[in-house]
Write a protein that binds this ligand. Structure first.
Ligand SMILES: Nc1ncnc2c1ncn2[C@@H]1O[C@H](COP(=O)(O)OP(=O)(O)OP(=O)(O)O)[C@@H](O)[C@H]1O
Ligand code: SF4
Ligand SMILES: [Mg+2]
Length: 341
């Protein structure tokens, strides 16, 4: 483990078991599958003080991993380490305080019946963050930190706009002085006009508080100027991890290449555009043999239908799970790759 790691995900797997009737309806058949593997052998490290982006198509397992990291869902196997020590599956108050979540939808994540000041007060006292006589000043400090004024203390969440509510949700997460924020698509429910201001807030919080942030997004364009590193997910696996500039310049997995190539087709302003890749969308009920990306991969060769590639280093600080990673900078490009398949 690197000395810089604040969180480490070690061989984490998550299976969901579904009643047969629901599964049958989903599959429109009498298929006998009763479980799906949402995460399969995830290895990932969040370094101290960095923003790490987690990007992938819908259903790839991003939220499942986020929930496991904050302890709201237990992994089926594997471990989460915090500062080099395993976090117990039943987290105590101190363990759960250190890793906080910011959700996608600030409308449903805040209780509409509790004024902002009371919400912050309750957390500050529960976790003994400051003495009782400093609760008000600490609450004001938190609001200022996220760009809100003191008068927000007496207001209810429904008196705010979406962007302001997300700021309140971030203040709530920060109130217990976490080391790590897990942000699961925190701007995708917001108006396009306020998305950039909330992204800027995450950058400021990283700089000013030294927070480590895992930032989940659909759209690679959103994280290009926000994150220091990117992890790309596909069907329950991390398929590529690299520093952001390196990933954009030199992608070493065909899925990452497709994500990057799709950026010009998406509108520059919105984070809600979802990348669409040709071919059947992946089903966690029916994971292809060999490389799970092979049915959609223009670079696939016969060995890809047999060998299941795992994430391996291809250069310092750059890992890929592709059997042909070394050939991907071939200037002949994708068309030539298809003809070799
Ligand atoms: N509670 C659950 N019970 C059963 N299956 C689940 C559950 N939660 C998630 N899944 C399944 O696990 C897989 C991963 O889901 P997850 O929500 O983690 O993906 P995601 O990458 O966050 O997708 P999105 O971008 O749409 O938010 C999907 O196939 C999903 O249907
Ligand atoms: S291993 Fe083969 S199928 Fe998988 S991404 Fe690489 S080239 Fe494509
Ligand atoms: Mg999700």
């Amino acid at each position: 483990m690197s000395e810089l790691s604040v969180l480490r995900v070690a061989d984490v797997t998550k299976q969901y078991h579904l009643p047969t009737t629901i599964v049958s309806k989903l599959l429109h058949s009498k298929n006998e599958h009763t479980g799906l593997t949402a995460l399969d052998g995830i290895e990932l490290q969040l370094n101290k003080g960095e923003i790490l982006a987690l990007v992938g198509e819908s259903g790839s397992g991003k939220s499942t991993l986020a929930k496991i990291l904050v302890g709201s869902t237990a992994p089926s196997s594997g471990e989460i380490e915090y500062n080099g020590s395993p976090i117990p599956s039943r987290r105590d108050k101190a363990d759960s305080r250190r890793i906080q979540m910011v959700f996608q939808d600030p409308y449903s994540s805040l209780n509409p019946r509790i004024p902002v000041g009371s919400m912050l007060r309750e957390l500050l006292l529960l976790h003994k963050i400051v003495p009782r006589n400093e609760v008000r000043s600490e609450s004001i400090r938190l609001l200022n930190l996220v760009g809100l004024e003191e008068d927000a203390l007496d207001a209810y969440p429904n008196q705010f706009s979406g962007g302001q509510r997300q700021r309140i949700a971030i203040a709530r997460a920060l109130s217990v002085r976490p080391d790590v924020l897990i942000a699961d698509e925190p701007v995708s429910a917001l108006d396009v006009s306020v998305q950039a201001t909330i992204l800027d807030l995450f950058s400021e919080l990283q700089r000013e508080l030294g927070l480590s942030i895992l930032f989940v997004a659909h759209n690679l364009a959103v994280v290009q100027h926000l994150s220091q590193r990117v992890a790309v997910m596909y069907l329950g696996r991390i398929v590529e991890v690299a520093e952001t500039a390196e990933l954009f310049k030199n992608p070493k997995h065909p899925y990452t290449r497709a994500l990057i190539e799709s950026i010009p087709r998406m509108s520059a302003e919105s984070v809600n555009d979802e990348f669409q890749l040709e071919g059947e969308p992946p089903s966690p009920f029916d994971v292809p043999a060999g490389c799970r990306f092979n049915p959609r991969c223009p670079w696939a060769v016969s060995s890809c239908r047999v060998t299941d590639p795992r994430l391996i280093p291809i250069s310092p600080r750059h890992e890929s799970a592709c059997l042909r990673a070394d050939e991907l900078d071939d200037p002949r490009g994708t068309a030539a790759a298809i003809s070799t398949a």
